[in-house]
Design a protein around this ligand. Structure first.
Ligand code: HEM
Length: 416
């Protein structure tokens, strides 16, 4: 059984998920000997149990020779107790109180990007992703890490090559080779930077990681490299899609957009959370069973029970959990005044997204600045046929991220 949504439904996998939740909530892919989980309660349970379910991804669809680079140990795919040691190096830097100090700088970057869009004019058209949603988080994470922002174009190429890594049933060797080469290129780039920062330490994230001590030891060169590329990538490829999905969802749902415009102070934060639920940028995560475990269907009256064997891989569809009708009322509706926002868009448990406070702040600032600077935002493509809207957009080429690679818009600048 194919546990992944068909490629052509990647921007709208929700009907597929709904059928899986109903008919095959714990599905087994015989070919790849891998499980797919779709219900909120099963997924939450696994995320909260790192002892029984490891984050060391293992082989999956990536051939052995590419495992060394594409599956190397990092914060993201390590287990306790090593995970705690790595996380303790950065944990305190990403708490909301620290992140809130970045607000003036993030606002400044966002406003400069909008100035450029208005100055360029382009007959009052823009590509929200290329002109705004991408460069905003990329500049922020580059500045935090202490990497030159003039290298942005290189980062974008790397990001594209990493996110288009095909790790589902459709895995294709070209995307794997490209991602593998990107890891090598990133290592060369960061090695030079680390060398420089070792000689002249600066007040940035890379220098902090170089200085960090775990059990009385500094991290090895390999560990530092892996940390740098994780933070650079995780720090922007996801937030780009949060901003793109947010603006698209608002334009697709004009009544919600109107409510937001009329109640900006109270609805900006909920609009971000609803986007994280409704169009979760990260659609799935991997785990491996550390022991034989029996999972039983979580819904009352269900008889679903499956035995997962030690060593088998499990794909946890966060995108499906976030549309689970047993947790969210009317889940297929984009509703920015929704009461229950317990989404799993940032994961759960010990690997809960380190950058969640930063991503939330970036999303809130992006939305506030867009509302302040533009009026009459509209999709710049034929969107008269609302039923088939998804056939007109440019979905991101990625198996695990849900987003748009371009979002053409009409805008009218507001008089300031
Ligand atoms: C909307 C934006 C974002 C989304 C949807 C997102 C999503 C996620 C998810 C689902 C996880 C859990 C992974 C797992 O359990 O295996 C995660 C972990 C992580 N995220 Fe994010 N993320 C976002 C933004 C960021 C940002 C801005 C950073 C920058 C620092 C970041 C850094 C990380 C790191 C380092 C981890 C690994 C944490 C650990 O394993 O302990 N993320 N993220």
């Amino acid at each position: 059984m194919n546990i992944y949504p068909p490629v052509e439904q990647r921007f709208s996998p929700f009907e597929f998920y709904s059928l899986m939740r109903k008919n095959n909530p714990i599905a087994f892919d015989e070919g790849n000997k891998q499980w797919g989980l779709y219900r909120y309660s099963d997924i939450e349970k696994i995320l909260r149990d790192p002892i029984k379910f490891s984050s060391k991804f293992g082989p999956f669809q990536i051939p052995e020779e590419y495992q060394e680079n594409l599956n190397r140990p990092s914060l993201l795919n390590s287990d306790p107790p090593y995970h705690r040691k790595l996380r303790s190096i950065v944990d305190t830097l990403f708490v909301p109180i620290e992140i809130s100090k970045l607000e003036p700088r993030i606002k400044n970057i966002a406003n400069t990007l909008i100035d450029n869009i208005i100055e360029k004019g382009n007959n009052n058209t823009m590509d929200l992703v290329t002109d705004f949603a991408y460069p905003l988080p990329a500049t922020v994470i580059a500045e935090l890490l202490g990497v030159p922002s003039e290298d942005h174009d290189t980062f974008r190429q790397w990001a594209d090559d990493i996110v288009s890594l095909e790790i589902t049933n459709e895995s294709d060797i070209d995307s794997i080779r490209k991602a593998d080469k990107t890891v090598v290129d990133m290592d060369v780039y960061f090695s030079k930077l680390i060398e420089k920062k070792k000689k002249i330490p600066t007040n940035d994230l890379i220098s902090h990681i170089i200085r960090a001590q775990v059990d009385g030891h500094s991290l090895s060169e390999k560990e530092i490299l892996s940390f740098c590329s994780l933070l650079l990538n995780a720090g922007h490829v996801t937030t780009v899609n949060l901003i793109g999905n947010l603006v698209f969802s608002l334009l697709e749902n004009p009544q919600e957009f109107k409510r937001l415009q009329e109640n900006q102070n109270s609805l900006i934060k909920p609009a971000i959370e609803e986007t994280l639920r409704y169009r979760s940028p990260v659609q799935f995560l991997f785990r491996i069973a550390n022991a034989d475990v029996t999972l039983s269907g979580a819904r009352i009256g269900d008889k679903v029970e499956q035995k997962i064997q030690k060593g088998q891989g499990i794909t946890l569809f966060l995108g499906s959990a976030n549309h689970d009708e047993s947790v969210f009322t009317d889940p297929e509706r984009f509703d920015i005044t929704r009461k229950n926002l317990r989404h799993l868009g940032f994961g759960n448990g010990i690997h809960f997204c380190l950058g969640a406070p930063l991503a939330r702040l970036e999303g809130q600032i992006a939305l506030r600045v867009i509302l302040e600077r533009f009026e009459n935002l509209q999709l710049n493509f034929d969107n008269s046929d609302r039923q088939n809207l998804y056939t007109k957009v440019s979905p991101l080429k990625s198996s695990f991220l849900l987003g748009l690679s371009h979002l053409p818009l009409f805008f009218k600048p507001k008089n300031r």
